[in-house]
Design a protein around this ligand. Structure first.
Ligand SMILES: Cc1cc2nc3c(=O)[nH]c(=O)nc-3n(C[C@H](O)[C@H](O)[C@H](O)COP(=O)(O)OP(=O)(O)OC[C@H]3O[C@@H](n4cnc5c(N)ncnc54)[C@H](O)[C@@H]3O)c2cc1C
Length: 386
């Protein structure tokens, strides 16, 4: 016998927790099913902090979604009576022609966003934690800051439960079986009959959405925390969060002192090392920390004290390094979400709204055309030169 719900949300990480909360707030009978435990260390949503910024260098078309994400984060905090988002400003550092610097300025210009440019001397006076080369500048996005991922996920789950969502942890979905009278969700312990399904299983998504095999690829990322040498320059309130373009080497990101472990830094996509989602992430090794130690010594000397912690995390990369949020072309009852490619967390609050819209209305007013299966197909064809 299967239990009945209007919607099942599979995977209660960042995207799933926001989605169950948005669905439950609309009065829907919803069940959330999580194979492990929310924000666990083999997923993509742990590690104290995630950047949020408005002047999006990746593409200005993300900005309207970000504006909605900010509104939704603030609404969520108000209901929770807890702070999840902290504004510190985000510095985008590099040479004026680098993608991160140029892209941030283009986004800010197009959308009329506030931004401020600092050269090396001005940076030393205003933000002394950072060492810039002569030819580098920093663009400050004053709306930028960081989110607390664990607080966000558990906050959304608390709101979902308060609105009547049923939440099961430690229950893995093994199959989705579409039928005439609904969709059967089969787990390792039970069966559920539901009207609609949202699949938000992060790095495991190809297991339940075979169309994404070879397209949604999990990679390993390492971040580390350093006790700063200079507690003034690196303090929250004094040092903004940042991303830094290092040209062909890639880009790095980091945060001021948020907690007892100090300043956190990471390299975007790290070594792009593909992993098996069903095996524990390979442990942190000497090469992993060497790249971060080198960065912090050269670029953030004020923070380059004792390295106290280093952990692994996962990105789920799509070919375009954008997101996928769409209804499955072969079954309108199944919504698929892979909003990662290493930059999805800040959108969580709007992704929850979008996925709830897709499940309940079959569409959304929010601009997500670029994140469809069709857009992914077009990208693949263009890449293959077809
Ligand atoms: C080191 C690092 C730094 C990052 N920095 C930023 C940043 O600064 N800003 C930003 O915006 N983004 C950032 N990101 C990206 C962001 O964190 C991710 O986009 C986001 O966390 C992805 O969330 P998710 O819900 O898709 O995946 P997850 O949070 O991993 O959730 C997926 C969940 O599905 C569950 N699951 C899997 N299979 C099943 C199944 N069969 N049945 C039931 N449950 C299942 C898993 O157990 C897991 O809990 C970063 C990521 C990493 C790793």
């Amino acid at each position: 016998m299967s239990t009945q719900f209007d919607v099942a949300v599979i995977g209660l990480g960042a995207m799933g927790s926001a989605t169950v909360a948005h669905l439950a707030a609309r009065g829907v009978r919803v069940i959330g099913l999580e194979a492990a435990f929310p924000a666990h260390a083999q997923g993509s949503s742990h590690g104290d902090s995630r950047l949020i910024r408005l002047g999006y260098f990746e593409d200005p078309s993300y900005v309207p979604l970000l504006q909605r994400a900010y509104e939704n984060w603030r609404a969520m905090e108000q209901r929770l009576r807890e702070q999840v988002l902290t504004i510190t400003g985000v510095l985008q550092i590099g040479r004026p022609e680098d993608k991160i610097v140029k892209g941030t300025q283009a986004s800010a210009e197009l959308h009329g966003l506030a931004s401020e440019v600092f050269d090396r001397e001005a940076m030393l006076r205003r933000f002394p934690a950072f060492a810039l080369d002569e030819d580098e500048i920093a663009v400050l996005d004053p709306e930028g800051g960081f989110l607390r991922p664990e607080a966000a996920i558990f906050g959304y789950l608390r709101l979902a439960a308060a609105d009547g969502a049923v939440l099961h942890f430690g229950e893995k979905v093994t199959a989705i079986e579409p039928g005439d009278g609904g969709v059967e969700i089969v787990t390792d312990t039970a069966r559920y009959r539901v009207g609609k399904v949202v699949v938000s299983t992060g790095s495991w998504i190809p297991e339940l959405v075979p169309q994404l095999r070879g397209l949604a690829v999990p990679i390993r990322v390492v971040v580390a925390w350093y006790q700063p040498r200079d507690g003034f320059a690196t303090a929250l309130g004094r040092m903004p969060a940042f991303i830094r373009d290092e040209g062909e080497t890639g880009s790095f990101f980091g945060f001021p002192v948020i907690g007892p472990d100090g300043v956190k830094v990471g390299k975007h996509a790290h070594f792009r090392e593909e992993i098996d989602p069903n095996r524990p992430n390979p442990p942190v090794n000497d090469a992993d920390v060497a790249v971060l130690d080198d960065f912090i010594t050269r670029r953030l000397p004020a923070a380059a004290g004792l390295r106290v912690r280093a952990i692994t995390c996962r990105y789920t990369m799509l070919p375009s390094e954008d997101f996928l949020m769409d209804i499955l072309p072969s079954d309108p009852r199944i919504v698929v979400a892979s909003p990662c490619s290493g930059h999805g967390f800040k959108f969580t609050s709007v992704v929850g709204e979008i996925l709830a819209d897709l499940a309940l209305e079959g569409g959304t007013q929010l601009p997500i055309e670029a994140f469809s299966f069709a857009a992914m197909d077009r990208f693949m064809k263009a890449r293959q030169g077809k």
